[in-house]
Ligand binder design. Structure first.
Ligand SMILES: *[C@@H]1O[C@H](CO)[C@@H](O)[C@H](O)[C@H]1NC(C)=O
Ligand SMILES: *[C@@H]1O[C@H](CO)[C@@H](O)[C@H](O)[C@H]1NC(C)=O
Ligand SMILES: *[C@@H]1O[C@H](CO)[C@@H](O)[C@H](O)[C@H]1NC(C)=O
Length: 436
């Protein structure tokens, strides 16, 4: 995205607040999960199928209810149906598979297409009612008749009862047979075929819960080394673990990477809260990791763990506003971050429906706004600027007029092209680089 000439390709209003977005490995499908437990999958129009300017658009492919609200009678707790994460499995046959999770239960869904149906059964009629066997006088050979394409989602496996705390991450391993799931205090490893047991690979629960000082905030498998995974914590540390080194990684794992040492004079009541890591992602190449904390994004080289190799300020102007952001709870917002297909650019969200992109080569960065009003179809998005003290220039917005209820927490980058998906409360926006 060298020029950052972004235009809107598509926007869609969903029934509920979007809680996760995820492209499949080729980028032709995009899955969203929402607060109401639904999964909506969008499919990219095949090129050449239609008028040239509609090509590349995404249309709804399938919608299904993944999770329902439940009640935990033992703890008298309501379990929300909100989808916390969705992860695609690499495609192996005509059907697609994805994992979706709420706070407690992970489900494996199969999404398959049907464009034929069988007709001419012997024991039932065309409406599925059983026929009286004594009145069947001749046998028929069933035939397949074409019908309108139907996309069906069916739950194939349910991985339940393994998490006492809230699940924040799921990640499919590069062996394509196992995946991990992380909650506030533990990380489990599952086999995709086995639902009744999982292996606990991280446990940071203190013997006495009153000594609890840290929770797990995110976890991810390495993209090509199936023994390696990383997890981040609310204390601002990231831990790179090797399952071969010990079956159970605990907080004494060798690679315990602290956040950057801070200047003690700038320490404040908020220092620890804002250093909490809300997301950690390996680059596609597996060489780098990226972490998002409240005010910045940092890139780490796995060969040099002592400090980040790059730091990008997302919205440094909020540093003077931490007190009110604490009072309205925004300081606890969990912003995610993502890499582009070639690992040369990164993206993350901010407030006021702003999102930020950073080009790692040129060190250019841009702030854009995801909104229907500001983005007429095919018009290039105007970069936005926040005024930080001094006189406000035309086109700038002052820190005090930012809307903290409009936040971009979830974004995704197409794995091969300059196409991005941005979730702004109920609205999904797909933007494209204009070069195409
Ligand atoms: C990723 O970003 C770089 C730098 O902006 C750009 O040159 C490249 O085309 C992008 N690649 C993909 C696959 O999006
Ligand atoms: C082409 O696009 C139009 C308008 O968006 C739509 O009504 C039509 O069904 C599309 N045709 C095909 C072949 O996809
Ligand atoms: C992603 O979805 C598209 C569209 O159905 C499919 O053709 C492609 O094979 C999928 N890619 C992978 C790697 O799963």
């Amino acid at each position: 995205m060298p020029q950052f000439n972004i235009w809107i390709l598509f926007s869609f209003h969903l029934a509920d607040i979007i809680s996760t977005v995820e492209f499949n490995y080729s980028g032709d499908l995009l899955a969203t999960g929402d607060k109401g437990g639904r999964v909506v999958i969008f499919q990219r129009e095949q090129e050449g199928n239609n008028r040239s300017h509609s090509r590349g658009e995404y249309n709804v492919y399938s919608t299904f209810q993944s999770h329902e609200p439940e009640f935990d009678y033992l703890k008298s707790l309501e379990i929300e149906e909100k989808i916390n994460k969705i992860r695609w499995l690499p495609q192996q046959n005509a059907a697609h598979f994805l994992l979706s999770t709420n706070d407690k239960t992970i489900k494996l869904w199969k999404i398959s297409e049907r464009d034929k149906r069988a007709e001419g059964y012997n024991l039932k009629d065309e409406n599925g009612r059983l026929r009286d066997p004594f009145r069947i006088t001749s046998l028929r050979v069933p035939v397949l008749k074409p019908m309108d394409l139907m996309v069906e989602a069916s739950p194939r496996r349910i991985f339940a009862n393994a998490h006492t705390y809230h699940i924040n991450s799921i990640s499919v391993n590069s062996d394509h047979e196992t995946y991990l799931s992380a909650d506030d205090l533990r990380i489990n490893l599952w086999h995709l075929e086995i639902t009744d047991r999982s292996f606990n690979i991280v446990d940071i629960k203190p013997a006495n819960m009153e000594e609890l000082t840290e929770v797990i905030t995110a976890a991810e498998c390495h993209p090509n080394q199936c023994n390696v995974f990383v997890y981040s914590s609310s204390k601002g540390t990231i831990r790179l673990c090797d399952m071969r080194a010990s079956a159970l990684c605990d907080s004494n794992t060798p690679s315990d990477i602290p956040c950057e040492p801070e200047d003690p004079s700038s320490r404040s009541f908020f220092s620890e809260i804002i250093s909490s890591i809300s997301d950690v992602k390996f680059s596609h190449s597996g060489r780098y990791m990226m972490t998002r904390d409240y005010l910045s994004v940092k890139v780490w080289d796995l060969n040099m763990e002592s400090r980040p190799v790059e730091t990008y300020q997302v919205h440094e102007y909020l540093r003077s506003k931490l007190c009110s952001l604490y009072e309205n709870d925004c300081i606890f917002d969990k912003f995610e971050c993502c890499w582009n297909g070639s690992d040369n650019a990164i993206m993350t969200g901010s407030y006021n429906n702003f999102f930020r992109m950073f080009d790692r080569n040129t060190r250019r960065d841009i702030t854009l706004e995801a909104s229907r009003e500001s983005s007429k179809p095919r018009a290039i998005l105007k970069p936005r600027k926040v005024c930080t003290g001094g006189k406000r220039k035309k086109d700038e917005i002052s820190v005090d007029s930012l809307d903290f209820n409009k936040k971009i927490l979830h974004t995704a980058w197409h794995p091969k092209e300059n196409i991005i998906a941005v979730a702004a409360t109920n609205n999904l926006y797909i933007f494209q680089d204009k070069i195409n």
